[in-house]
Design a protein around this ligand. Structure first.
Ligand code: CP
Length: 311
């Protein structure tokens, strides 16, 4: 019997259980093998149409979802809020319902408002995949991050992962914390005290404000971008000061007794949170993360499409 996900939508990692995560990774393993072969494409979803609806800018997530859908032979329609009738006052629900009336079977949505995907899923009857909703969750990013750790280190369970940077404004941090903990990793967050949410310890994570101590503790450091576009007030005196205290460069890495794997979800502020010699160096698996995003998104779309067929 086919194994199925426990959920009809992918709105966040919080809703997934351990069996869901294992199923997504095993399915992604198969798709990664396919992508590394000469074939690269399967006819599996040739009867399915997917709308990618982006109300916020994206490079990696958007291209990765579109490629994943095309590798599965789905029909794909891409919608950006810029240049659309949203600027004339059309609501989110009206926008999506109009697109769905053209016989669309699944929606992938990025939106700047936390919870927008949860709201949408309550109002439409096709599966919704969250491609990042404000500061809430970015589930496929966390899945591809954990998949990349598993690929590099053999397992996620028991590994020590520090998430460094702007935790306060990061949907990637939250989804990573949920995902890594469900997979049995130890998680630490590190950054300026002003960019660490109050009571973050209640999620069961360690907290550190000294980046060197954090790196010495870690098997993996997932370094986040300073999200200036989400910062309504100043959280540190200047970017230069941030870099001096929290930026990771080769001199710091070379002075450690351990060799943490360096990750970053992108886009990188080169010279701010990571120097180029680290981003492009031997510790970095940043482009492996991007590559793995296609296999993970193929797995998610394939598994959710099975729920459509079973209805
Ligand atoms: N990691 C990530 O979400 O990148 P994009 O904003 O370019 O999609």
């Amino acid at each position: 019997m086919n194994r199925l996900l426990s959920t009809r939508n992918l709105l966040g990692i919080r809703e997934l259980n351990r069996e869901d995560l294992d199923l997504i990774f095993e399915t992604a393993d198969n798709f990664k093998n396919l992508l590394n072969s000469k074939i690269r494409k399967v006819p599996t979803l040739r009867d399915i149409t997917i709308a990618n609806i982006f109300f916020e800018n994206s490079t990696r997530t958007r291209v990765s979802f579109e490629l994943a859908e095309k590798r599965l032979s789905a029909d794909v329609v891409n919608f950006s809020s810029s240049g659309s009738s949203v600027s004339k006052g059309e609501t989110l629900i009206d926008t999506v319902r109009n697109i769905l009336s053209m016989k669309v079977d699944m929606v992938v949505m990025r939106h700047p408002v936390p919870g927008a995907c949860v709201f949408l899923a309550k109002h439409i009857d096709v599966p919704v995949v969250n491609a990042g909703d404000g500061t809430r969750e970015h589930p496929t990013q966390a899945l591809l991050d954990a998949f990349s750790i598993r690929e590099k280190l053999g397992t996620v369970s028991g590994k020590k992962v520090v998430i460094i940077g702007d935790i306060l404004h990061s949907r990637v941090a939250l989804s990573n914390i949920f995902c890594l903990q469900k997979l049995g990793a130890e998680v630490m967050v590190c950054g300026p005290a002003t960019l660490l949410p109050r009571h973050i310890e209640s999620l069961g994570v360690k907290v550190e404000t000294d980046v060197r101590k954090a790196l010495e503790w870690a098997d993996v450091a997932n370094v986040l971008r300073i999200q200036l576009e989400r910062q309504d007030i100043r959280y540190f005196p200047s970017l230069r000061e941030y870099t001096l205290n929290f930026g990771i460069n080769k001199t710091i890495l070379d002075s450690l007794n351990n060799n943490p794997v360096i990750m970053h979800p992108g886009p990188i502020n080169r010279g701010v949170e990571l120097s180029s010699d680290v981003a492009d160096g031997t510790h970095s698996i940043i482009l492996d993360q991007v590559e793995n995003g296609v296999a993970i998104r193929m797995a998610v779309i394939f598994l959710l499409s099975q729920k459509i067929n079973n209805n």
